[in-house]
Write a protein that binds this ligand. Structure first.
Ligand code: ADP
Ligand code: MG
Length: 313
């Protein structure tokens, strides 16, 4: 196979959308942006060995490369619409591309997202996706909107993906439930949409709660206190409480939403969780000051062994 055979293979399977006037095949895609909406754009790269274990299945690499981008749109409250795909492949393998597309396009179909273009090159395995969504003017869930006294919430459970990675790194048996959370994150798109007009700020957790809630605190010029962490049964069974806390606070790869809302909005938050079909947990509160303070069950404050994932750290 050669570059253009690969592109033809991708083009054959790319699904249509009414607002894609010209999709894969020309120098640019041409798109109809709905009148009265703003465009939200985000881009994320997955590199083999950095963002996923090298033996990860092509299906899961495809799924995750789109999921992490849809998670960013979800965190803004945007409705996903289109995406591009820049693929660097060590060899032009039809088998890899087919498996990759199975995962990528399954998630794209779930969200009505059209693949509108991209780039294909030879190199160490790397996947860059750019996703585009729509947001009503003034409705985006930004990082800088938290207010003192707001409650802090997260969706789902934390630490599962990091738990799988930790088991994989130490060559232990990897728990299949945890592994699925690492390989197939579920972007909380419906929750993000439902939080418009309810949440004062929102971020998706990719680098660990401590780091990502820290971004909200810095952007909002405030601090936060965290005194609860939603934990899955699988994580509970596999790690002791200290290990668990480190994975949940600094592990990353959760792709859950962390958001703030006034205490009086509790009912609206729970209604949004219902609409988003994902449980939410109140984990703490926004306060004057700076940084994120985590409180252990015994009331002492918890010191992180490290701060969360950061490239080049
Ligand atoms: P150009 O050289 O003009 O950038 P390419 O030959 O790279 O064009 O790509 C031809 C067409 O195929 C373009 O429409 C491009 O967007 C699309 N394309 C290339 N690679 C991919 C890919 N991995 N996924 C989706 N579309 C792709
Ligand atoms: Mg090109």
């Amino acid at each position: 196979m050669r570059e253009f055979d690969l592109i033809a293979r991708i083009r054959e399977r790319a699904t249509a959308r009414g607002d894609v006037l010209l999709g894969i095949g020309d120098d640019c895609a041409l798109l109809e942006v709905p009148v009265g909406l703003q465009l939200a754009i985000t881009s994320d790269t997955l590199n083999a060995g950095v963002h996923f274990p090298p033996e990860t299945r092509p299906f899961d690499i495809g799924w995750k490369s789109l999921a992490v981008n849809l998670s960013d749109l979800a965190a803004m409250g945007a409705q996903p619409a289109w995406c591009t795909l820049a693929l660097a492949l060590p060899e032009a393998s039809a088998e890899f591309v087919d498996g990759f597309l199975d995962g990528f396009l399954e998630l794209a179909a779930q969200h009505g997202v059209a693949l509108i273009g991209g780039d294909t090159s030879a190199g160490p395995l790397s996947v860059n996706v750019t996703a585009h969504g729509f947001i009503e003017p003034g409705q985006a869930l930004r990082r800088d909107g938290a207010r003192a006294g707001d409650e802090v919430w997260v969706s789902g459970t934390l630490g599962d993906a990091a738990g799988a990675l930790s088991q994989w790194r130490s060559a232990e048996r990897v728990d299949p439930t945890l592994r699925l959370r690492l390989d197939r994150p579920v972007p909380r798109v419906a929750l993000g949409r439902a939080l418009r007009g309810v949440a004062t700020s929102c971020i998706d957790i990719s680098d660990g709660l401590l780091a990502d809630l820290g971004h909200v605190c810095r952007a909002s010029d405030l601090g936060a206190r965290v005194d609860a962490l939603p934990t899955s049964a699988a994580l509970q069974a596999a790690f002791d409480p200290e290990q668990r806390r480190a994975l949940q606070m600094t592990g990353g790869d959760d792709y859950e939403l962390c958001f703030t809302a006034p205490a009086a909005c509790c009912g609206a938050v729970l209604a949004a969780a219902e609409a988003g079909a994902v449980p939410v947990t109140r984990i703490g509160v926004i306060m004057r000051g700076k940084d994120v303070q985590a409180i252990r069950a015994d009331g002492d404050s918890w010191k992180p062994p490290h701060a969360g994932f950061e490239h080049f750290a």
